[in-house]
Ligand binder design. Structure first.
Ligand code: ZN
Length: 225
């Protein structure tokens, strides 16, 4: 007769086996982050930090910056456009009139990406970008959470040799406003665990350096949604 302890042991073993199967299944999918969360922190359009290679003047909602840092540390990206629209200062950020209606660029929750080593042909420089695109959208038309839309091969005006568009799921919001929440993935101890020391609120730069995002590598601006 099995003792209570033995029964408990078997139950735990069964549970462990189930967990292992679950992990294997998750690994075999191998695409997209394993977990995501909704960030309700106050949004703000901020300049991209230097750790995320980008065209001068590019800005995004600060709530996706940790995800972009994580991506930039693992994939050879160069951001050509982020937020596109007016700033509180009266200046304009991002490329003008180059995104589709209702584009997530108008909320600072999308980026356009080309390889860090530029190339307007689909060559070896694009290998890392293709890897990123496949991670974010393992099946065409079915982006992995937290991505809302991934524009790459199979999407007009996007793809290897052109550009990759990534945008994040967010609460419905009119253009040029900040979404109430943004879906993001946790980025681990280096960027996500400790609260950063309090710093005084930073003002948006008053005149972002000229020529922001108007010229994209490889003629990206035509339909850069
Ligand atoms: Zn785009």
């Amino acid at each position: 007769m099995a003792t209570a302890a033995e029964k408990m042991g078997r139950a735990l073993l069964a549970l462990a086996a189930l967990l292992a199967i679950g992990l294997l299944a998750a690994n075999s999918a191998s695409a997209g982050p394993t977990t995501t969360r909704l960030a309700y922190a106050t949004g703000e359009i901020v300049p991209l930090p230097a750790a995320i290679p980008h065209e001068e003047g590019d800005m995004v909602d600060r709530r996706i910056v940790p995800n972009l840092r994580w991506i930039a540390a693992r994939f050879p990206i160069y951001v050509t456009d982020g937020y596109s629209g007016p700033l509180p200062s009266g200046e304009h950020a991002g490329c003008d009139q180059c995104h589709v209606r209702n584009s997530d660029h108008y909320n600072g929750l999308a980026v356009d990406i080309v390889p860090l080593s530029p190339s307007s042909k689909c060559d070896a420089n694009w290998t890392g970008i293709t890897r990123l695109a496949e991670w974010a959208e393992p099946l065409q038309g079915q982006p992995a959470a937290p991505f809302r839309w991934v524009g790459y091969n199979g999407d007009a005006g996007h793809g290897c040799g052109h550009h990759l568009h990534l945008s994040w799921q967010h609460a419905p919001v009119p253009q040029f406003q900040l979404a109430e929440w943004v879906e993001v993935f946790p980025t681990g101890p280096t960027t996500g665990r400790k609260p950063r020391p309090k710093t005084p609120p930073q003002k948006l730069p008053t005149g972002p350096p000229g020529g922001i995002g108007t010229i994209h590598a490889g003629g990206v601006s035509a339909r850069g949604d």
